[in-house]
Write a protein that binds this ligand. Structure first.
Ligand SMILES: O=P(O)(O)OC[C@H]1O[C@H](O)[C@H](O)[C@@H](O)[C@@H]1O
Length: 533
């Protein structure tokens, strides 16, 4: 396969505006030579530590044999189920890599007690876990590891034989893992989490689960040269300039799987694009759309549609759209280049995430202070309602509160639906997105929480302050303790939701919080209310 990017109409004009300059500046060859000056002096220090991904496909090759050897030794112990514990950049790439190849990898990127229990309850005798964390200090990942240690011990299994860690050298997790006797893979510290697909973060879980990682690296390697060319034909320059070069910029990037073999690309692309660009009041927000999503037929001038097609040479883009094709490994490198270009065009540092910490701090504060839970403003059936006073005051039914939230959408606004729920047990909650999009007539994103906090969460707080937020939380019937921690999974996820809401409201944006007091009945009630009018 080869990569192909086709643009039309205003997307071609956006690209044209920047391509010659990017070629004259030798942006592509300097990027692959790891020139940290490309995003200006303020970004230089961070960029100088973050460009290793340009060579990751080659640098990671020696890892392959090591991963395959571990896979064999695990198989000898009867292990054929791999669970990945990790958030954001430490889980989204291996998830799309294995889904696309049709290989089973259980990704546990949640603190929802029902979802954690579900992962623990299955075939523990045949299970090994990969604990992936670059910083080695992410609370979700640490809590998931603790839950599995407890489960392994209860089943009479030595956790050291079943825990594989991927982390940066010198992280607190490295030290603790060595002491505990876990298998440790050290990742390349010169690659940031969301750019780490072709490093140990992508390769260890995907390889242990059964992906042909040697072929995957070779596929990425096959396009490196083309993407490093200082040429207007370079598909990475073209794509980056087309998505970021609009005047005015098209903030929303509708990512549509339309003929591609890749499964779940949007989930990975969301973090790469939103977390890299959404800062200083600017940025691009991916909106993952089906081919028949309401937004596609609506006149939304700041929505740029990008279709992932089978072959963009056979189906060129039409009507201001962009078509992209290529294998997954090729496209991962393509989009990493495109986002680096977009960062330059927008004028931000694509390698930091300055606003992610604020939600984490607010959650920590709530966990430390353990305040009395805030009383709902009202309850209707199985839904308890809270939120920004301008949204909920005077309301007495859920639909009215949703309408009040949407009424506060600014002209260039978007709605973010955030589900702090069990995504395996309650996939129907994702249907809320489309129902809201019909009403809002603006771009609507859907994120499972807490994972979106490590992805689009940066844009929500750091990008343009034009969001309206619909939080859905679930009151799970049974909670789960976290060993040697003063909080449970249930308390952790509630604090994460409340903490993020506080930060969003602090930025002057409206939040509506719906607590499903009975998760299943509440979800049905919400979907029916949204469909009925
Ligand atoms: O890999 P970790 O250090 O555990 O980090 C996981 C995620 O957490 C943070 O919130 C960052 O914003 C993400 O970019 C990162 O991918």
């Amino acid at each position: 396969m080869a990569i192909k990017v086709s643009t039309s109409g205003s997307a071609s004009a956006a690209a044209k505006r920047h391509l010659d300059r990017l070629v004259d500046d030798k942006f592509a060859s300097r990027l692959f030579a790891e020139d940290a000056t490309l995003w200006g002096p303020a970004a230089e220090e961070e960029s100088s530590k973050r460009l290793g991904w340009t060579k990751a496909a080659a640098v990671s090759e020696p890892l392959v044999a090591e991963i395959l050897a571990l896979k064999e030794s695990l198989a000898e112990k009867g292990v054929d189920r791999i669970v990945l514990c990790g958030m954001g950049g430490s889980s989204l790439a291996p998830e799309v890599m294995t889904r696309t190849a049709g290989i089973d990898l259980d990704v546990l990127d949640s603190t929802n007690p029902a979802q954690v229990r579900r992962a623990l309850a299955q075939d523990i005798e045949r299970t090994a876990i990969v604990v992936s964390s670059k910083s080695g200090s992410t609370v979700e990942t640490d809590s998931q590891r603790r839950a599995f240690v407890t489960a392994f011990e209860a089943a009479g299994i030595n956790p050291a034989e079943r825990i594989v860690v991927v982390t940066d050298p010198g992280s607190p997790l490295e030290q603790a893992s060595r002491e505990a006797g876990y298998s440790v893979f050290l990742a390349d510290p010169s690659v940031g989490g969301r750019f780490s697909a072709l490093t140990a973060f992508g390769l260890v879980p995907a390889g242990l689960a059964g992906l042909d990682i040697a072929a995957f690296l070779a596929e990425a390697q096959s396009v490196s040269e083309e993407l490093a060319q200082d040429s207007t034909q370079n598909p990475g320059l073209l794509l980056g300039a087309a998505i970021a070069g609009g005047e005015p910029i098209k903030t929303f990037l509708g990512v549509v799987a339309d003929g591609t073999d890749i499964v779940g690309f949007g989930d990975w692309a969301e973090q790469l694009i939103a977390e890299s660009t959404g800062k200083e009041g600017k940025g691009l927000l991916p909106v993952v759309l089906d081919t028949d999503a309401p937004e596609i037929g609506l006149p939304i001038p700041d929505l740029q549609i990008v279709r992932l097609v089978a072959n963009a040479a056979d189906t060129p883009a039409v009507g201001d759209e962009i078509n992209v094709s290529g294998g997954l490994a090729e496209q991962m490198l393509l989009w990493e280049v495109a986002v680096s270009v977009a960062g330059e065009v927008i004028g931000i540092n694509p390698f930091d995430q300055p606003d992610v910490e604020s939600a984490k701090a607010a959650a920590r504060e709530l966990l430390d202070a353990t305040p009395e839970p805030e009383a709902p403003v009202f309850e209707e059936g199985n839904i308890a309602v809270r939120g920004t006073s301008s949204v909920v005051s005077g309301q007495s039914d859920v639909l009215g509160a949703i309408e009040a939230l949407l009424a506060q959408l600014p002209e260039h606004g978007y709605v973010a639906v955030q589900a702090y729920a069990d995504r395996i047990g309650q996939p129907e909650l994702a249907e809320v997105r489309e129902a809201i999009a019909h009403r809002a007539r603006r771009p609507v994103t859907f994120g499972w929480a807490p994972r979106f906090l490590h992805s689009t969460g940066q844009f929500h707080k750091g990008g343009p302050r034009v969001g309206a937020f619909l939080q859905i939380t679930t009151n799970e019937s049974s909670d789960l303790a976290i060993s040697e921690r003063p909080f449970t999974f249930g308390q952790l996820i509630q604090a994460q939701a409340a903490g993020d809401a506080t930060v969003l409201e602090g930025h002057g944006m409206p939040v509506l919080r719906l607590e499903l007091t009975d998760p299943e009945a509440g979800a049905q009630q919400l979907l029916e209310a949204l469909r009925n009018v």
